[in-house]
Design a protein around this ligand. Structure first.
Ligand SMILES: C[S@@+](CC[C@H](N)C(=O)[O-])C[C@H]1O[C@@H](n2cnc3c(N)ncnc32)[C@H](O)[C@@H]1O
Length: 374
């Protein structure tokens, strides 16, 4: 059986019907590519929890030979054919059936272009959060959010993969129901097996309570949620590697950015939302007046000006900044991400231009007020 399995170009192997000595109820194995290396990822299910193990190609035969005797049923899925082995009473029965898996098996070895978190992947916390159905399908109304979060995680991973530390600490400002927070934790702690500490902050007590309950239920020890007003409360004081915020309301984003600046946080990923402040305080006074004439245009220009100013301030504070459309506009009208990486010291190059605009148009901008003060 072992040799035949190793010679099959499989998409997935499942081991079920555990025998007495098996530690897990079921194991599912698929080929993956991690950091350019062909590996196999084993998802091991026990008591409604899933434990991931990545096995390098060279170790795979040994790994498989250890676990095969522990399960009575082994199904090997290849493109078009499923081979099933059933062992009982000292004999192994083998059967074959057709399946409708399509495509090139090599594609399943190289899943880098897929979503980082697959639909159908066993992530029980997402069922509790209402993002997945009981059978791990994305709930229709949550599809856009799921897509945004996948992209967000991909972008964080690109940068955080480069942080050469044993443990990374991430703060999430305005975490709300915390789909993003849970998924970031799951991705780093469970899939990548990295030591990660994540704290989500939000004003809403009931939501925070529920998130902590779910985190404890799944044994996510370093995932914590705290009731806090990020505009005034004392937050985490130790070293922080990454600050994230997804649609933190209005000036809550400014406080998140300022916190990151003041703590010298290396990586920031912030998707702003409801940028009301400039819209409410701006008045005519210069060449831009025709953009302030019609309500909806004024609102959009104000939002863009807000994010431009935030990006310019981050540059002054020593960050290399990109403003990117992190998902397609069709999936969220609030689709601009400010991505910043601390690369040097402070240099106030943009401040005079921000001050010039402020004196012409009379608007207020919170990050400007906070960041340039010591
Ligand atoms: C639009 S929701 C986004 C939630 C989550 N990040 C997401 O994308 O699903 C904004 C969240 O920010 C929180 N929030 C707003 N102002 C805050 C503040 N000053 N301190 C902490 N949380 C705040 C709100 O309670 C709300 O849950």
């Amino acid at each position: 059986m072992l040799n035949e399995i190793l010679n099959l170009q499989f998409v997935k192997i499942t081991l079920s019907s555990p025998k007495a000595k098996a530690e897990y109820d079921k194991i599912s194995i698929r080929p993956v590519r991690i950091k350019g290396k062909d590996c196999f990822q084993a998802e091991r299910f026990s008591d409604n929890k899933v434990f991931h193990l990545n096995v390098e190609k060279a170790d795979f035969e040994g790994f498989l030979s250890e676990i095969l005797p522990l399960y009575a049923q082994v199904c090997v899925f290849t493109v078009g054919k499923t081979v099933t082995f059933f062992s009982g009473k000292g004999k192994i029965k083998r059967s074959e059936s057709k399946n409708d898996l399509k495509g090139d098996v090599n594609l399943s070895n190289n899943r880098e272009k897929d979503y980082i978190l697959k639909e159908g992947e066993n992530i029980p916390a997402l069922v509790d959060l209402g993002v997945f159905t009981q059978d791990f399908k994305v709930v229709k109304s949550k599809y856009d959010k799921y897509r945004q979060i996948n992209r967000f995680v991909e972008l964080i991973d690109d940068e955080c993969g480069k942080i050469g530390k044993d443990q990374i600490t991430i703060l999430d400002f305005g975490c709300g129901k915390s789909y993003l927070t849970f998924i970031v934790y799951y991705y780093f702690a469970v899939i990548k097996g990295k030591k990660v500490k994540i704290i989500g902050y939000d004003l809403k007590k009931d939501v925070v309570l529920n998130c902590n309950k779910i985190a404890r239920k799944y044994g996510y020890e370093n995932l914590e949620f705290v009731v806090a007003d990020v505009k005034k409360d004392v937050l985490y004081e130790e070293e922080i590697d990454v600050v994230i915020s997804l649609h933190a309301c209005d000036t809550a984003t400014d406080y998140a950015l300022n916190y990151a600046i003041k703590k010298g946080v290396k990586n920031i990923f912030s998707v702003p939302c409801c940028q009301h402040e400039i819209n409410l305080s701006i008045s005519k006074g210069g060449d831009m007046d025709s953009l302030l004439k019609y309500g909806i245009i004024k609102e959009r220009v104000s939002a863009l000006l807000t994010d431009s100013i935030r990006a310019m301030i981050l540059e002054d504070m020593g960050y290399k900044v990109d403003v990117i459309e992190f998902v397609d506009l069709a999936h969220s009208p609030k689709n601009l991400m400010i991505r910043a990486k601390k690369t040097r010291g402070e240099k106030r190059v943009n401040a005079p231009e921000i001050e010039r605009l402020q004196s012409l148009y009379g608007f207020k901008q919170t990050l400007y007020e906070l960041a340039y003060k010591d």
